[in-house]
Design a protein around this ligand. Sequence first.
Ligand code: NCD
Ligand code: ZN
Length: 343
Amino acid sequence: MKTLTITRPDDWHLHVRTGAVLQTVMPHTARRFARAIIMPNLKPPVTTVAQALVYREEILQAVPTGLDFSPLMTLYLTGSTTADEIKKAAESEHIHAFKLYPAGATTNSDSGVADIKAVYPLFAAMERHDIPLLIHGEVTDDACDIFDRERVFIDAYLSDITRNFPALRVVLEHVTTTEAVQFVQDADANIAATITPQHLLFNRNAILAGGIKPHYYCLPIIKRESHRLALVAAATSGNPKFFLGTDSAPHLTSLKETACGCAGCYSAHAALELYAEVFEGANALDKLEGFASFYGADFYRLPRNSGTISLEKTVWKVPSAYGEDNLSITPLKANEELCWKLG
Ligand code: NCD
Ligand code: ZN
């Protein structure tokens, strides 16, 4: 049997929610990853160091005994975030970044930033305290076609942010377009990007052809094939600006399979396996370790993990759902076969 062994990886963009959902999803991530950057878009959002430390404890309680997993916390940036909170966050060993959601861009982003220019003084504070800014890079303008929202954001906001704050470390989260890949490649070394499994595996036909498939609906929305190919090329290039961030975003099946379904794909159940499939398909399995286990840690200035994880080339079938009783979460590739299995 073929075995793939790499240094233990980290997930640099993850939603785990709270309560029963957290209990259901946390074991999946903790079995595969040593650390994960935890998104703060709870209801209400995690906006202060004090709230993040409470949330961190809840996450740690949900990690199965015997697994060694560290949540890396982030704070949700709002129009009322203070420079003092940024200083406190930068000084906390548990807080690793601020997350910018343009107001209304995605799930639980209502408290996000409505006027990006108005928070420039906060970007200046992040630059000064050297704490990274993670960006959901989509404009929220109703008049902008949903497939263009990332590209337009880069021209309308991102270029200006990186020009004005040249030392600010920025992660353009879950990139989905050729233009985003190009922007990050051309930018300075302090600008990086995460890439999800769904944007590497699928194009928009997965959502819309042969019937509407809500479990492939996430934001930024999956684009056409030419963009997917650019993302695969970036992820498998060995360029340290691109690293693993699943954006695994659990929603109850009932809230996805409905007239107005939530955005988010659940991938934590097989995250590394899905990336392995992509890298193998691109003949680049030798590039997976850098993408999954080295470049993110280097960007966040954290030590690389010790220890390894192994995947075996064995076919297995993804269950139709995870979670007990009333809680059902439909995973990516539900009822389908995967070719890599956790050892
Ligand atoms: C995420 C969620 O559900 O929290 N949804 C998504 O479609 N990716 C939010 C986000 O990262 O945009
Ligand atoms: Zn996300």
